[in-house]
Design a protein around this ligand. Structure first.
Ligand code: NAI
Ligand code: MG
Length: 501
């Protein structure tokens, strides 16, 4: 064959192999049916085992962020409602929950876990509707893990003496719990299950944009015959949360949310006897060494930052790539990003759902501009976005400096900043150069390197050759501005008990 013909043939093969995944072929829609779910038009507060109207009679809307349509009206709890709920919790603590045997407590928790499993499909659809997260995630992560937290803690209820060998574990009383919108049911389960297992009662304040699965959980408590007042759920926004933290008859506060509100809560608790745990923000480093399995690392990076639209406190939002493989890895990453499907949260093919709220979308968008103003290069795949709703394309920033705001501040969206490094010492210093210390990931084929590096990174949770894996038996929590205390595992029981020798 002549040289020219050969070149032409080569070019033809090359262009035949070049598939543009975003435009050349698409999956057919595979929507999960929402026919089977039961949602009320209006939800009251769940206090003392019953749904009761808020004293001031105010309600707010929770919407579906993928369509900007109203899902239900939800009661706005005030200081008086919080007081009624705390009284109910105190009375249930003194008269019932602290009196029944530990085995009985365990039985209730097992029962709740089983009903959650029975209702898993309905809970998953409601979670996706209310929060915007892909149904694939609510079905395979949120709901099964929420049930798993009840199962796990149910097992501890009558074994607390083994959790704290040589010590006697006593319950502490009434816990006030405030949760965010990124994992609504999972956060509720994560907080309620250990509190109940250890013999405490609860007043829970769900996030204002995602209250529905917590209210469905209240229905499950009724179905499980959980004694009235053991868990009370008071919906509302920040003011309702603040009223709960201020209430004098609360023994322990458990908060998950932004570092700013965490600091406010911490200040408000000074001089009180309330125990507290705070699970706050993060800017976690995902570190890829040249000896890592690159294709697996690409999946791990994608999962680390684009999972749940990046609405994850431990998201791997800072990527550090060893210089020798940076070009290759970034190319692979961009190719993979081109295949991500952004859209209908109820579609089983969707990888990235809707941003949870307009305010959060605006916050993320402001960082998309800040990144460019700071001199970084922005890459986004050319995927279609639905017309209504809150959407953000997965975004990658290269040419990022450690001092850039996009490398320092929590964006809480599908935005990844990439930097390179040459030596182990350099990457450890960069990874630790943040006010946060929640999580991180290390990718290498050398076990010894994993242990040596993870022991030098100041973060509460570190993954090796994987990312965003959760388990009820594993403690979770951060250093520095990422919070204090641990949730999950035996460690997660500790904040809910008083230990005597
Ligand atoms: P936020 O911290 O205001 O909300 C979390 C929870 O705290 C909600 O239930 C809220 O109603 C409640 N709350 C608000 N003000 C309160 C107060 N003064 N006292 C007691 N409770 C109060 O977070 P927001 O505004 O929804 O999100 C803002 C940013 O926070 C996000 O962009 C993200 O960076 C970060 N965030 C981090 C989370 C995490 O898991 N670490 C979860 C949610 C948000
Ligand atoms: Mg909503």
């Amino acid at each position: 064959m002549k040289k020219k013909q050969k070149m032409q043939k080569k070019a033809e093969i090359k262009s035949a192999l070049k598939i543009n995944f975003s435009t050349d072929w698409k999956y057919d829609p595979a929507p999960e049916s929402a026919d089977h779910i039961k949602l009320e038009k209006k939800y009251d507060l769940f206090i003392n085992g019953k749904f009761v109207a808020p004293k001031k009679g105010k309600y707010f809307e929770t919407i579906n962020p993928a369509k900007e349509t109203k899902l239900a009206e939800v009661a706005e709890g005030t200081e008086e409602d919080i007081d009624t709920a705390v009284r109910a919790a105190r009375s249930a603590y003194e008269k019932i929950w602290s009196k029944i045997s530990a085995r009985e407590r365990g039985k209730y928790l097992f029962r709740i876990a089983r009903i959650m499993q029975e209702k898993a499909r309905e809970l998953a659809v409601i979670e996706s509707l209310d929060s915007g997260k892909p149904i694939r995630e609510s079905k395979t992560v949120d709901i099964p893990l929420a049930a798993a937290h009840f199962f796990y803690n149910a097992g501890w209820a009558d074994k607390l003496d083994y959790a704290f060998p040589g010590r006697k574990a006593h319950s502490i009383g009434v816990a006030g719990q405030i949760i965010p919108w990124n994992f609504p049911l999972l956060m509720a389960a994560w907080k309620i299950a250990p509190a109940l297992a250890a013999g405490n009662t609860v007043v829970l304040k769900p996030a204002e944009t995602t209250p529905l699965t917590a209210l469905k959980l209240a229905e499950i408590f009724q179905q499980a015959d959980l004694p009235p007042g053991v868990v009370n759920i008071v919906t509302g926004a920040g003011a309702t949360g603040a009223a709960l933290t201020r209430h004098p008859d609360i023994d322990k506060i458990a908060f998950t949310g932004s570092t700013d509100i965490g600091k406010l809560i911490m200040k408000s608790l000074v001089g009180t006897n309330k125990k507290y745990t705070l699970e706050l923000g993060g800017k976690s480093a995902n570190i890829i060494f040249e000896d890592a399995a690159l294709d697996q690392a690409v999946e791990g990076i994608i999962n680390g930052i684009f999972f749940n639209q990046g609405h994850v406190c431990c998201a791997g939002s800072r990527l550090y790539v060893q210089e020798s493989i940076a070009k290759n890895l970034i190319r692979k990453l961009k190719d993979r990003m081109e295949t991500l499907i952004v859209g209908d949260p109820l579609d089983k093919n969707t990888d990235i759902g809707a941003i949870n709220s307009k305010a959060q979308l605006e916050k993320i968008q402001s960082y998309l501009t800040i990144g460019i103003e700071e001199g970084a290069q922005r890459f986004q795949p050319a995927c279609d976005l639905p017309k209504s709703g809150y959407w953000c394309r997965p975004t990658l920033f290269t040419d990022v400096a450690q001092s850039h705001r996009i490398a320092q501040e929590e964006i809480f969206g599908p935005v990844l900043s990439v930097q390179t490094f040459r030596t182990v010492e350099e990457v450890i210093e960069k990874a630790n150069n943040t006010p946060y210390g929640l999580a991180g990931g290390v990718w290498t084929d050398k076990g010894a390197k994993v242990f040596s590096i993870t022991s030098q990174i100041r973060a509460g949770v570190l993954w090796a050759n994987t990312y965003n894996k959760f388990d009820p038996t594993a403690p979770f929590g951060g250093y520095k501005e990422s919070g204090m205390g641990r949730e999950g595992g035996v460690h997660g029981l500790y904040p809910y008990v008083e230990l005597a020798s």
